[in-house]
Design a protein around this ligand. Structure first.
Ligand code: SAM
Length: 257
């Protein structure tokens, strides 16, 4: 495939589409190809929330090949007509927890989930909270059209409480939770199952992996003595107390030791 006019096969499939309507933003193809290329030609399970006119499911089928089993979720029952071999459509709402539980009973664990549904803050959050555990341990969860996180009619707004972008900012803390020394913040299931979070304009990609606390390693031979006196001195203890107070007050000042 790959004509020079296109940056990757996905872009080529999209721009040469003469079939059902597909709706994607221009910067998505590079992102998708970067994170999803490795799944091509494999026996994988894909779940896209938001079927619309069915074109994106056809696009994924062309891109990933005949071994991919593709599921679509949409609230619009007319989408059922887009079912064909290896494409199955489930009708229901992505913010209905009971429906999502039924989906989890019906379909196998998913390699790739793309949330391109209704894009309200609640829909994105409920889907994420309820479906992330249905992604395989090395799978990927993608939420697209995060533009809506800044749009009033979707419940969005810059730094607005409950915006999915604001919600996802907590994920950055979660993947770093191994480093916390505060009892109120400890590694959680997110810390232990998600390796990375990638932010793009309009898209967030979360790659799963069974995680263990990383170790601080060294190899090679020291060229000079670099060890620091670690004995707890009065100065050191005083600095610790000062730092602890600043941390509790969430103030930035700190003393290095
Ligand atoms: C942006 S379109 C999907 C575009 C399609 N994925 C594509 O790339 O061509 C959004 C779809 O989400 C569906 N939708 C809206 N609210 C939903 C909900 N609560 N649950 C599931 N689907 C929903 C709409 O019916 C619509 O078909």
């Amino acid at each position: 495939m790959s004509d020079k006019k296109y940056n990757n096969d996905l872009e080529e499939i999209f721009f040469n589409n003469k079939g059902r309507l597909i709706n994607k933003w221009s910067n998505y193809f590079e992102i998708y190809d970067r994170h999803l290329n490795k799944y091509r030609g494999k026996e994988i399970t894909i779940l896209e929330i938001g079927v619309f006119q069915g074109g994106s499911l056809d696009m994924w089928q062309k891109y990933f090949g005949p071994k991919a089993k593709i599921y679509g979720i949409d609230i619009d029952p007319r989408c059922k007509q887009f079912e064909k071999e290896n494409i199955e459509i489930l009708i229901g709402s992505q913010s209905d927890v009971n429906f999502l539980n039924e989906v989890k009973q019906k379909i196998p664990k998913v390699d790739i989930l793309i949330d391109d549904g209704g894009h309200t803050m609640e829909q994105m959050r409920v889907s994420f909270d309820n479906l992330i555990d249905h992604i395989k341990p090395d799978g990927v969860y993608i939420c697209e059209d995060l533009h809506c996180c800044y749009w009033l009619s979707y419940g969005g707004g810059y730094k607005r409480k409950n915006s999915f972008i604001e919600y996802s900012k907590n994920f950055i803390d979660y993947i770093n939770a191994w480093n916390s020394k505060q009892y109120i913040f400890k590694p959680n299931n997110f810390t232990k199952t998600i390796q990375s979070i990638h932010y793009y304009d309009g898209v967030i990609v979360m790659e799963k992996r069974i995680m263990e606390q990383p170790k601080n390693l060294m190899t090679g031979i020291a060229s000079f003595d670099y060890t620091v006196e670690t004995k707890q001195t009065l100065i050191r203890n005083t600095k610790y107390v000062f730092n602890k107070i600043m941390q509790t007050l969430r103030l930035p000042w700190h003393l290095y030791y």
